[in-house]
Design a protein around this ligand. Structure first.
Ligand SMILES: [Zn+2]
Ligand SMILES: [Zn+2]
Length: 769
């Protein structure tokens, strides 16, 4: 079975021919992956059969290049991501440019000291060493030295200073090195009259209050969390009410994998992801007897779980020493913000913004320079498939097998990330968020400037989405104007497909299938159910779902029942109105005539080919979800109901025009017939998903006949749906297609910026030739 190993080699390993050596060795052992120099030493990822990796590691240590001196080799196993080749990073020798490490969870050595009553750092919440601790979130500039981090205000005591200057010490040049004598401290602050004042042991006090059902705002690595007992329904419900977050799932944190197994199923690969140094939130299937409050993730079979990643977290979860308090099964650890705003990072800011949300504050005085949310990932068929690439991953680049010009790609509107390119590196930013308010936009602009400074990138072109009203697009246009940069607009779904190609190392044309909610089309309409013949430079639209009205625009996105009306009337005409459907009761009085008027006049009712909206329509039509409280909710809840062991499909019609058009009318009729026959919603959901998968295979076959292309790239937010993704891959592979999917960057709009960058690069180099 294939595995991925991340290997960090320390010692004298740079400037001694180590990377070519690793490259040759990896090729000899038939392994995919990459090698690069970093501030930690040489970092390698190899993927392949376990025995081959063992052989590789054996030879690596037995016969290194003569000038090299290996001090330490650290290996962690991860689920594979499907590297297509082995890539060497050779081009950056001698430049002042360095890679900056993401934040790394506390290492085993530091954890041992944290738990050792005889160690001077026993129970010290900011323990770290060269191998672990904060990095990206405390760095204000390069070179990475203490004066250029937020640790600059803490003068090291003689003992820490001694460690820092001793080449034999584990804390040699550990920039955030600190101890209880000289370093940062945790403090507890009660919020107004809500709690006790000035207790002596801040973390124990927070633990006691959490156990009693309080909501505590906890300062972390990349921002504040809001914490409460995840088994306390009332506490979780209160947090939801205060945060104005109705249904969107909360993440939880538990002490270790063993504890997580008490409420979720954890496969081997999932345990590897949980325990990896990046410590992402991992989506896990909840057990039937799960004692976590259902309010944590309403309507969802999965829970996002992470393990502690800072020493403070370990103390908070009771993982250190004796205590009169029993450790919690799990704490909710959701981002410290009011819905939709960026996560709070400063103490003052937290007091201002979070005092209406939290009863108490667990603070510390090490400043956070860069905001960085938790990452979210999952295991799909034994491989990692990331959903939000942020803390622990960013700012490590996505490595590409082509040389890129220096480009700024501005990303999309929702789940925004941006991307800066240089050499073979694509520096994809941490998760910025939904660009719908001033605070997020401000955070976006300062992050771009920070990345440019850190990685010494001076873009000569700027790539952006074609949607004229996206804040990121307006920013791009202004910046290009101001600095005289080349402007490269990139169609939304082309960027999705290019992103999937790029991370898979594919440059030849593919049939790109991009299914999502909203993307601005080249014809000014709202696309989202697209089949494109694409390479990096250009695309041709091969097929799309039939256009239907989006009655009321944004209002129809928030109210999926409007999409159900739109699809129903488009498919069945007036007779649909006679059907006795649960749908009609979802509409407000007088809304049906309004929706019909919007549809017939076309006023505030743009046409869309969106597949995401079709999922919304079916979800509302079968009575699962008529109004959404977060993006994708209707589709997610429909997916959660899809029953196992259902293999049949509904009908559809493929109109063989150019481009081809998929008419879902027969599908709609099938769903209505099933509803009237009283068929179980789980069966209808499964049949619907199966139909979309079958449509993809059907259209791709027709596209292959026309184009001769047999490789398909699946991208867009709809492919985060694992039922759909699994069935689609199976259907395509049965037909002999090679299928590319996302592993390293999100299939959702969080991956758009990478696609924009590679498209812009191809267009620029094409023009010069
Ligand atoms: Zn450490
Ligand atoms: Zn000290």
């Amino acid at each position: 079975m294939a595995v991925r190993a991340q290997v960090v080699v320390r010692g004298i390993v740079q400037g001694v021919g180590f990377r070519p050596f690793v490259y040759r060795l990896a090729r000899e052992h038939g392994l995919g992956g990459w090698v690069l120099n970093s501030t930690q030493g040489v970092v390698i990822e190899v993927e392949g059969e376990r025995e081959r990796i063992e052989g590789f590691l054996g030879e690596l240590q037995a016969e290194p290049p003569p000038q090299a001196l290996i001090e330490k080799v650290e290996t962690s196993l991860l689920p594979p991501v499907g590297y297509s080749s082995f890539v060497i990073e050779a081009s950056r020798e001698g430049s002042e440019f360095v890679l900056i490490s993401p934040d790394i969870c506390i290492c085993a050595d530091c954890l041992r000291e944290l738990r050792d009553p005889h160690d001077p750092r026993y129970r010290y919440p900011f323990i770290n060493c060269t191998n672990c601790g904060p990095r990206f979130t405390i760095i204000s500039d390069i070179p990475y030295d203490r004066p250029k981090t937020t640790m600059r205000v803490f003068a090291m005591c003689p003992r820490c200073d001694g460690e820092y200057h001793d080449p034999a010490d584990r804390r040699f040049h550990a920039q955030p090195n600190a101890c209880p004598v000289c370093g940062p401290r945790a403090t507890f602050a009660a919020n107004g009259a809500r709690g006790p004042r000035a207790p002596d042991e801040p973390i124990e006090t927070a633990r006691r209050l959490l156990a009693q059902g309080a909501i505590v705002s906890v300062k972390g690595l990349g921002g504040f969390h809001l914490a409460c007992d995840a088994t306390n329904r009332q506490a979780v419900a209160t947090l939801r009410r205060r945060k104005h977050r109705v249904d969107k799932p909360f993440a939880v944190m538990s002490l270790d994998v063993e504890t997580v197994r008490q409420y979720c199923d954890v496969e081997e690969g999932e345990a590897q992801l949980l325990e990896s140094p990046a410590r992402p939130i991992v989506l896990l299937r909840r057990r039937a007897d799960c004692p976590i409050a259902s309010e944590v993730a309403p309507g969802n079979n999965h829970i996002g779980v992470m393990l502690p990643y800072t020493p403070l977290h370990y103390l908070l979860l009771g993982g250190v020493g004796e205590s009169s308090l029993a450790p919690p099964l799990a704490l909710v650890m959701t981002s410290g913000n009011m819905s939709e705003e960026p996560i709070a990072i400063g103490n003052q800011e937290a007091h201002q913004r979070l005092s209406v949300l939290a009863d108490h504050f667990l603070l510390h005085d090490r400043d956070i320079h860069v905001r960085c949310d938790d990452s979210v990932t999952r295991l799909f068929r034994g491989k990692e498939a990331i959903l939000r690439r942020s803390r622990g991953y960013a700012p490590f680049p996505v490595r590409l097998n082509l040389e890129l010009a220096e480009i700024l790609a501005c990303g999309a509107e929702l789940k925004n990330t941006f991307c800066l390119t240089k050499g073979t590196y694509a520096f994809l930013s941490q998760h910025i968020g939904d660009m719908e308010n001033y605070e997020t936009f401000a955070s976006y602009q300062s992050s771009i400037q920070h990345f440019q400074r850190l990685f010494r990138v001076e873009p000569r072109a700027v790539a952006y989405d074609m949607h004229p009203n996206y804040l990121a697009t307006r920013y791009a246009l202004e910046l290009a104007e101001e600095q005289g940069l080349r402007k490269v607009p990139v169609q939304h779904h082309h960027a999705h497909v290019a992103s999937c190609m790029a991370e898979n190392g594919v440059t030849e044309p593919v049939i790109g299938v991009a299914f999502d909610g909203t993307g601005y089309g080249s014809d000014g309409r709202i696309w989202g159910g697209e089949f494109l013949l694409a390479d990096f430079r250009r695309f041709r639209r091969l097929a799309h779902f039939r256009y239907v009205p989006l009655p009321g625009g944004e209002a129809a996105i928030k109210r999926p029942y409007r999409m159900a009306v739109s699809h129903l009337l488009s498919a069945l005409g007036e007779e649909a109105l006679e059907l006795p459907l649960p749908l009609w009761s979802m509409l407000e009085p007088g809304e049906l005539p309004l929706v019909r008027r919007l549809m017939t006049t076309g006023v505030n009712s743009p046409l869309t080919s969106s597949c995401g909206r079709l999922f919304d329509a079916i979800s509302a039509l079968v009575g699962v979800r008529g109004v959404v409280n977060y993006e994708g909710q209707a589709a997610i809840e429909l997916e959660m109901l899809a029953g196992e062991g259902v293999d049949d499909t509904y009908d559809w019609r493929l109109l063989r025009r150019t481009p081809m058009v998929i008419d879902p009318a027969p599908l709609l009729r099938g769903v209505v017939a099933d509803l009237q026959a009283g068929v179980d919603v789980g069966v209808i959901s499964a049949r619907f998903h199966n139909t979309i998968a079958a449509i993809v295979a059907d259209v791709c076959r027709a596209a292959r006949q026309k184009t001769g292309v047999g490789r398909v790239a699946l991208s867009g937010g709809c492919f985060q749906n694992v039922y759909l993704l699994g069935r689609t891959i199976d259907a395509l592979e049965r037909d002999g297609f090679q299928v590319l999917i996302h592993h390293l960057v999100p299939a959702n709009d969080g991956g758009i910026a990478l696609g924009q960058a590679v498209v812009a690069n191809a267009r620029l180099s094409g023009k010069e030739r």
